[in-house]
Ligand binder design. Structure first.
Ligand SMILES: [Zn+2]
Length: 329
C-alpha cells in the first residue's frame, strides 16, 4: 500500500505528503471520518512511507520493511484495537511502554489506535501524558469516527485530518479492485456502504440481497398482510446470531436517506440505491418529508438502544409499527 494508492482522499493525502516533504511530521495525528473510507490504509501507507528502505517520498510497498508493516509484523509498528467494548487502560499502558523504547530498526516507531472512539476515561487519561511529552522518533495515529467521542485535550494535541465520505463512483472503483463480485453485487455493496467501501461484507452478499429485497419489498407495500409477514421475519432476524438486525437497519437508514434526497430533488447519480429509482419514487409518495427525517432519527435511536442491550425483537417491531404509522397511504 502506498499513499498514491489511497483513492478518494486527495485532500488528506496532500496534507500528509506536505508534512513529509517539509519534514514536519507531528507527534500525533488524528484521522477522523466514517468507517470504510481509507483511514487505516492511509495510516499504514504513512508508516510504510516513513520507514521504507527505498527512502522515496512514498512507500514502495515491496521492500522488507513495507511488507512487514503491512502484515503488522514489524518490530517498530503496533496497532491497538479495542478488547471487548473499550480500549482498556492495560492496553494503553503496555503500548506506551513499548513506544518509549528506542526504535529497533525503523526511523519512526509508529503506534496506531484503531477505533479510538473506544477509549474509556481511564485509558484516555493514561494516554494524555504521552501526548504532552512524546518520546523522540515516534508517531501516534488515532483513528476515529467522530472527534467529539474523544477528550478535547486529546484532540487539541493531535494534528487533525478529516476524511471525506467516498463518492458512489469511487466506492465502485475500490470494490471492483478489492473483490471479485459481479456488477449487480457491487451495486448491492454500494447501497449498504453509505459512502464507504464495505468490502468486508463481500462474503455475505446473498444474505444482504435477501434482506434488502425483503425490506424494500415491504416498504413499497405496507399492506396488513405484508406487515404481518415482515414482523415474522423481523423476529427471525432479531434472534439470528449473525447480527442480521444490523443489515436491516443499514437498509432502512440508506433507503430513508435516499428518500430525503429524492424529496429535495438532489442528483440521482448520488443515490445509494441508484438502480431502484422507480421503487424510491413510489415509496417517497407515501411519506412526508418531516416523517422521513423523524424515522431516520428513530432508526439511529433504535440502533443505539440495541447496542445498549434493548430487546432486539421489540425494538425492531416497534420500528415497523412506527413506519406504518408514518405512511400516508
Ligand atoms: Zn518500501
Amino acid at each position: 500500500m502506498s499513499l498514491q494508492q489511497i483513492l478518494g482522499q486527495e485532500k488528506a493525502i496532500r496534507l500528509i505528503r506536505k508534512a513529509i516533504s517539509h519534514e514536519r511530521i507531528p507527534h500525533a495525528w488524528l484521522f477522523s471520518g466514517m468507517a470504510h473510507i481509507g483511514k487505516y490504509k492511509t495510516a499504514l501507507a504513512l508508516a510504510q512511507t516513513l520507514n521504507c528502505l527505498e527512502n522515496g517520498d512514498d512507500a514502495c510497498g515491496h521492500c522488507d520493511f513495507c511488507r512487514q508493516i503491512e502484515h503488522e509484523h514489524f518490530p517498530d509498528f503496533r496497532v491497538v484495537r479495542p478488547e471487548g467494548k473499550n480500549i482498556r487502560i492495560a492496553q494503553v499502558r503496555d503500548a506506551l511502554d513499548w513506544l518509549h523504547l528506542r526504535p529497533d530498526r525503523a526511523k519512526y516507531r509508529v503506534l496506531i489506535f484503531e477505533d479510538a472512539d473506544q477509549f474509556n476515561r481511564e485509558s484516555a487519561n493514561a494516554f494524555l501524558k504521552t501526548l504532552e511529552e512524546p518520546p523522540p522518533d515516534t508517531l501516534i495515529i488515532l483513528i476515529n469516527l467522530n472527534p467529539q467521542n474523544l477528550l478535547e485535550t486529546i484532540v487539541s494535541r493531535c494534528q487533525h485530518i478529516r476524511f471525506r465520505p467516498l463518492s458512489r463512483e469511487m466506492v465502485l472503483e475500490i470494490l471492483r479492485a478489492e473483490t471479485e463480485l459481479s456488477e449487480d453485487q457491487l451495486e448491492l455493496l454500494v447501497s449498504f456502504g453509505a459512502g464507504g467501501a464495505r468490502s468486508d461484507l463481500a462474503l455475505q452478499v446473498e444474505l444482504m440481497q435477501n434482506i434488502q429485497d425483503s425490506v424494500i419489498g415491504s416498504l413499497t407495500d405496507l399492506s396488513a398482510q405484508c406487515m404481518e409477514s415482515m414482523l415474522q421475519r423481523t423476529n427471525d432476524w432479531a434472534k439470528s446470531k449473525n447480527e442480521e438486525w444490523r443489515l436491516v437497519l443499514d437498509v432502512l437508514e440508506n433507503w430513508f436517506r435516499d428518500l430525503a434526497w429524492i424529496k429535495h430533488h438532489l442528483p440521482h447519480q448520488d443515490l445509494f440505491h441508484a438502480q431502484k429509482k422507480q421503487e424510491l419514487e413510489q415509496c417517497s409518495k407515501r411519506f412526508r418529508l418531516e416523517d422521513v427525517y423523524q424515522f431516520s432519527k428513530d432508526l439511529a435511536e433504535t440502533r443505539k438502544n440495541i447496542e445498549l442491550n434493548a430487546n432486539r425483537t421489540l425494538a425492531l417491531e416497534s420500528l415497523w409499527i412506527r413506519l406504518k404509522h408514518y405512511s400516508t397511504v
